[in-house]
Design a binder for this molecule. Structure first.
Ligand code: IMP
Ligand code: MG
Length: 183
C-alpha cells in the first residue's frame, strides 16, 4: 500500500467485480434501444472518471460512442468551490442520443447538477448518470443516478482515477488519503 494511504476502501478485485455488474446493467438497459436504431454515448467527466469509463465501456456490451468533457470545480485543493465551468466540451453532438454520464464521485453534487442541466439543453434522447462513488455527506444535491458503484465515507478519497493535486490517480485501488498529506 502507498505510504500516503491510510486505508484501502475498495480493492482492485472489488472494483473490477462491481464495474462488471454495472456494465451488465447497462447492457440490459441499452441493448434493446440500440437494436431499435437508437444511439448511445458514454460521456466521461475528465479526468477523475477516465479509468472508470475505460473499464465500464469494456464491460458494457452495447455499441456506443465515447466522448469526453472536462469541468473544473475544485482547483487543486480538497474543498469544493461550488463554481463549475466547462474546461473541455464534448466533441460530437448528443442531440437525439442516449447519454450515460460516467463520473468518479458524487460529493456536494454541484458538478453533476450543473452537467445534467447543461446536457439537457442539447436535446438528448435521455441523460443518465453512473457514478463510481457516492460520498456520504449532508446537504448533497439530489442527483438521480442509474447506478452507484460504492457508497463511501466523508473522507478524501484517491485512486482508480481520483486524485489529490493530480497525484494518486494511477493507484489500482480506492483508498482514504492520510489527512496529513493535504492539511
Ligand atoms: P461535487 O461537485 O462536490 O460533487 O464534486 C465532484 C468532483 O469533486 C468530483 O468529480 C471529483 O473530481 C472531486 N472530488 C470530490 N470528492 C473527492 C475526493 O474525495 N477525492 C477526489 N476528488 C474528489
Ligand atoms: Mg471529477
Amino acid at each position: 500500500m502507498h505510504k500516503d494511504i491510510r486505508e484501502i476502501l475498495f480493492t482492485e478485485d472489488e472494483i473490477a467485480e462491481r464495474v462488471a455488474q454495472i456494465g451488465g446493467e447497462l447492457t440490459d438497459k441499452y441493448s434493446k434501444l440500440v437494436a431499435e436504431g437508437e444511439s448511445v454515448v458514454l460521456v466521461c467527466v475528465l479526468r477523475g472518471a477516465a479509468i472508470f469509463m475505460a473499464d465500464l465501456a469494456r464491460a458494457t456490451e452495447v455499441p456506443m460512442e465515447m466522448d469526453y468533457m472536462a469541468v473544473s470545480s475544485y482547483g487543486s485543493g480538497a474543498k469544493s468551490s461550488g463554481v463549475v465551468r466547462i474546461v473541455k466540451d464534448l466533441t460530437a453532438s448528443i442531440e437525439g442520443k442516449h447519454v450515460i454520464v460516467a463520473e468518479d464521485i458524487l460529493d456536494t453534487g454541484l458538478t453533476l447538477q450543473f452537467l445534467i442541466e447543461n446536457l439537457q439543453t442539447r436535446n438528448p434522447a435521455s441523460v443518465e448518470v453512473v457514478s463510481l462513488l457516492r460520498k456520504n455527506v449532508k446537504g448533497q444535491a439530489p442527483i438521480r443516478c442509474l447506478q452507484i458503484g460504492f457508497e463511501c465515507p466523508d473522507e478524501f478519497i484517491v485512486g482508480y482515477g481520483l486524485d489529490y493535486a493530480e497525484r494518486y490517480r494511477n493507484l489500482p485501488y480506492i483508498g482514504v488519503l492520510r489527512p496529513e498529506v493535504y492539511r
